[in-house]
Write a new protein. Sequence first.
Length: 455
Amino acid sequence: MTSHPTGGPDRLPQERRVVTEIPGPRSQALQERRAAAVPPGVGSVLPVYVTDAGGGVIVDVDGNSLIDFGSGIAVTGVGNANPRVAARVRAQAERFTHTCFMVAPYESYVAVCENLNRITPGDHAKRSILVNSGAEAVENAVKIARYATGRQAVVVFEHGYHGRTLLTMTLTAKNMPYKHGFGPYAPEVYRMPLAYPYRWPTGPDNCGPEAAAQVAGEITSRIGASNVAAVVIEPIQGEGGFIEPAPGFLPAIAEFCRANGILFVADEVQTGFARTGDLFACEHEGVVPDLVTTAKGIAGGLPLAAVTGRADIMDKVHGGGLGGTYGGNPLACEAALAVLEEIENEKLTERARRIGETMLPRLRALAARHDVIGDVRGRGAMIAIEIVRDPATKEPAPELTAEIARRCHAAGLLVLTTGTYGNVLRFLPPLVIPEHLLHEGLDILETAFTDHPTP
Ligand SMILES: *Cc1c(COP(=O)(O)O)cnc(C)c1O
């Protein structure tokens, strides 16, 4: 592969290359240094220490080149060190790096907000604010919703993930590792059932309407709809296991919210920016949220997040009520503007769809050969398989899931595990991954199952 003058995807050979055990000796040495400097509370899925990344590969200090099926958790959709992102960040870094938008503003912040207002679902008047992380976006969405409605209760869902701060870990469903020992949690948070097709007691067909009716009933009886400020939901559950709520569920919940003056907050932090084959996952069923939170894929790896919402809601909050020192940092804003250009120019929604069209049939064929794959699901470049001990009982198989991931890592394929029961392998390749690496990654996954067909 030729080198690319501005860096980025073509700068690195787009090949898998395993030249040591993984992690190799240099990574292992760094891991020892780290253990003396960084507490174990901060984990790493695969402790290979990175020197370069781009296109569909990550290169480590030992010279291994791994196929990337993680994108740094759905962040580098446009590719790592994307040339357009790198060029704009470099140019901005030489002009000014920070003034604080709340002290002395700059155009790029406004331009990012104009773009978010234009591309998020719905053609109503909108406003956006910029912050630093997905969790901070969700916190702000709740603050805004409470202020605008004068209500306090927040409804979230089983298998939901919204971050690690006090409020967002409260909104998050899973105890270990996110919440364990970190309480007491924030008050006025209520958890509802999710339309999880694979595990719905009466089967997937009735799941959407049944779950929605159950949620409406429970909100009414347990909380009182008039006390609820917001329903916060991921249109596809990310950390919860890439659960696509059954058809009809999201539109029914959105309709219930509208009828009861509850704000519908779509947490698109993981699903946004072309990842699912639409710009935003809500578009799949034509759901128009009142507020949308975004982060991860927004700025090609620079820390940026946003809340975008109906102008009448967003404009209610008093002057100075929203903000933060770094929110909408100029380097991150330039990166976001580059990402938006890249999504359009490179037709990344179509590429995400094609990734799904490549992966899903191969994974379904694999599932047909291996009973332990209970479910294959997801959309676009957000795809997962759920692994069980026995398809009849659907008992989760977290140890086998971890073993399959280990085998993939050893062969030079970076995959992530997830799910409430730790039994989901999730695939989040960069949207720019070359086709041959996508297939090679799937070959490695197939081999990992063939070597260990049963738990
Ligand atoms: C990752 C994630 C968050 C938290 O984002 P951070 O940037 O890690 O704070 C919130 N919601 C969803 C859906 C996420 O996937």
